[in-house]
Design a protein around this ligand. Structure first.
Ligand code: FAD
Length: 631
């Protein structure tokens, strides 16, 4: 039988994006021996691609900003489906985490007075995104890697080996979480380069595996984001929350076809870019929904003045939360007012000088020049919605990031976790989320590993089973081509579980996924085990299918439109549905979705809003209780 490398750690972190590295640093600082596993090269995660910045209410550019305003914006952006406690912790701790990064060596852009500069972004009342040009994620990862290296140097000095307390397993994919009864016991995976298997024993695992975007055809996500973390959590007995909430970013590239879906950062609009239809009209003024009317400009003049004088003017509607902008673009295209390649125009060329554009948006300038031969300082970009981020994810305890469900020892942070962003995430709130909850997950996992006492044991039979599962694609002589299956799955999700949904289409999607399931379980790999993309994809398909099923089934159940979930047949927000979280779990018959009451928001936080605003979200019964001084 197969020789398998087996090693033992206190905490295993799956994923080396911002959430994973934050967790690893925190667990190591708590004295634990930590393994970090990632699918690609160390340093290449989604987090690196983050352009706009990290939201933190430091009040450097506008002193009126504080955690309470940030909390309010986050809840509004998520249409009050957020877990209030996560939104509170996030708003309070984000500034500290940004400062901490600077102690690790990060250097954010500065205001003229030398404070960390902050930029405007959709849904944020004040300039709030700490940034490094439009390459913020790169600085974040670079700094955390640097911190890890410095910790490893301390370990070499104190324990004789760089890898005594933190070891990185790059280009390695985890396929299974291993359990002992209801407790986490370790992880199983393979080295992508060689195809060799390995097993890491550990009482605590932090999932930080990112999102699910690759289940959709048009996406800003890269090949890695096949929902592995979400799926492995489900398979281990954890629950997922609100998987119907998926963010379609309004501005992805649409042309040429080879780059369709690649992100065009929201900073283009934050820095003055506007959306125009084929008639040259700034159409967003026609799409400001009732709940946001108070905060957005009604004329172009007012919107334009806001960039210079935000205290006395309201922001332009191009900076509405992403779900609103994506739906508006979709409507314009549908009405026949789209651009030549089926998008809409994003114009910064006519509004800012070439020098300004090149300085503020260097990556965007190069991206369009190189990929589309478009000079964004001279002509408008063509853009359209692209699947970008999943708000749904592993249901966690808001303070420790421990996964809920029937499993102990599992923690989750970053995009793989759910609850924080409600039905729609504000731009910039992910990088801050990674730092805040990545750290908490690392601390939570370390505490758990300390108090657990006897370590759970990995059973040999579970390892054997994981090996058999992983090798199965090689045994299917008349199996299916995984690339063809992936393309079918992506098309299905794009067409039927996309930006705008209906019951009919969702039912159709679920049926097709069921048909695909049998075929996915027959996905075949040819060739050897070293660097074999068809084998890797055949294994990833299990995960893509599971998360797709969760998204489609939850989307069918939620009969309302809210944030990143738009039902054409239930176009309104429904206060009764606001009280409901949809929980996915796995049993013998597959993915089950059940309703669960949303935790009640305490009065001290509700008091941050005007009662008129709360009326737009909550039931009369909830508001009566609130006014009477309830919870
Ligand atoms: P990621 O950074 O996605 O990392 C996931 C890690 O898990 C990777 O290391 C991957 O290799 C690993 N992994 C996955 N599966 C496995 C497995 N089976 N085994 C082992 N390892 C695995 N957010 C903002 O706040 N501001 C922005 O400006 C911004 N811009 C963005 C721009 C783009 C183009 C994109 C795509 C996203 C942007 N976002 C932004 C969102 C944000 O970048 C992501 O949500 C965030 O980086 C996710 O971080 P994470 O740590 O959860 O996971």
């Amino acid at each position: 039988s197969e020789e398998i490398e087996r090693l033992s750690y206190d905490v295993v972190v799956v994923g080396a994006g911002g959430a994973g590295l934050s967790a690893a640093i925190a667990a190591r600082q708590a004295g634990k021996r930590v393994a970090i596993v990632c699918k690609s090269l160390f340093g290449k995660a989604h987090t690196v691609m983050a352009e706009g910045g990290a939201a933190a209410a430091m009040g450097n550019v506008n002193p009126n900003d504080n955690w309470e305003v940030h909390f309010r914006d986050t809840m509004r952006g998520g249409k009050f489906l957020n877990h209030w406690r996560m939104a509170e912790v996030h708003a309070k701790e984000a500034p500290d985490r940004i400062w901490e990064l600077e102690t690790y060596g990060a250097l954010f852009d500065r205001t003229p007075e030398g404070k960390i500069s902050q930029r405007n972004f959709g849904g944020h009342e004040y300039p709030r995104l700490a940034h490094v040009g439009d390459r913020t994620g790169l600085e974040l990862i670079r700094t955390m890697q640097q911190k890890i290296v410095s910790l490893q140097q301390e370990d070499k000095r104190d324990h004789g080996s760089y890898e005594s307390h933190i070891r990185v397993f790059a280009e390695a994919t985890i396929t299974r979480l291993l359990t002992d009864g209801n407790k986490i016991a370790g992880v199983f995976g393979y080295q992508r380069k060689t195809g060799e298997f390995f097993c890491l024993d550990a009482p605590a695992v932090v999932l930080a595996a990112g999102g699910i975007g690759k289940s959709f055809k048009v996406t800003s996500n890269s090949w890695e984001y096949t929902g592995d973390g979400h799926a492995m959590a489900l398979l281990a007995g954890a629950t997922l929350i609100n998987m119907e909430c998926i963010q379609f970013h309004p501005t992805g590239m649409v042309w040429p076809p080879s780059v369709r879906g690649i992100l065009v950062t929201e900073s283009v609009r934050g820095d003055g870019g506007v959306l125009k239809n084929s008639e040259g009209k700034r159409f967003m003024f026609n799409y400001v929904p009732e709940v946001f009317k108070k905060q957005y400009a009604t004329t172009e003049e007012e919107g334009d003045r806001w960039y210079e004088d935000p205290d006395n003017n309201r922001r332009p509607p191009e900076l509405l939360p992403r779900d609103e902008v994506a739906r508006a673009i979709n409507s314009e295209i549908k009405a026949g007012r789209g651009s030549p390649h089926g998008g809409i125009f994003l114009d910064i060329a006519s509004r800012r000088t070439p020098e300004y554009i090149r300085k503020r948006l260097p990556s965007m300038y190069h991206q369009f020049k190189e990929l589309a031969d478009v000079d964004i300082t001279a002509e408008p970009m063509e853009i359209g919605p692209t699947c970008h981020y999943v708000m749904g994810g592993v249901e966690v305890d808001p303070d420790s990031a421990a996964a809920r469900g029937s499993i102990e020892g599992l923690f989750a942070a970053g995009e793989v976790s759910g609850g924080m962003h409600g039905s729609n995430r504000l731009g910039g709130n992910s990088l801050s989320d990674l730092l805040v909850f990545g750290r908490r997950a690392g601390v939570g996992a370390a505490e758990y590993a300390t108090k657990i006492g006897e370590r759970p044991k990995v059973a040999q039979s579970d390892v054997d089973e994981a090996v058999t599962e992983a090798l199965a694609p090689f045994t299917r002589d008349s199996g299916e081509n995984p690339f063809a299956l992936q393309a079918e799955l992506q098309q299905n999700m794009n067409d039927l579980v996309g930006l705008i949904r209906t019951a009919d289409e969702l039912e159709q999607a679920i049926k097709r996924l069921q048909e695909l399931a049998a075929r996915v379980h027959n996905a075949a790999a040819t060739g050897g085990r070293a660097y074999n993309p068809s084998w890797h994809l055949a294994l990833d398909l299990r995960n893509m299918l599971l998360v797709s099923e969760c998204a489609a089934k939850a989307a069918l159940m939620r009969q309302e439109s809210r944030g990143g979930h738009t039902r054409d047949d239930f176009p309104k927000m429904d206060p009764v549905w606001r009280k409901v979280n949809l929980i996915c779990k796995l049993d013998e018959s597959g993915v089950q979705v059940v309703k669960q009451d949303i935790p009640e928001i305490p009065t001290r936080l509700l008091d941050l809003f005007e009662i008129d605003e709360l009326h737009k979200y909550m039931t009369d019964e909830e508001l009566t209780r609130h006014r009477d001084g309830g919870s």
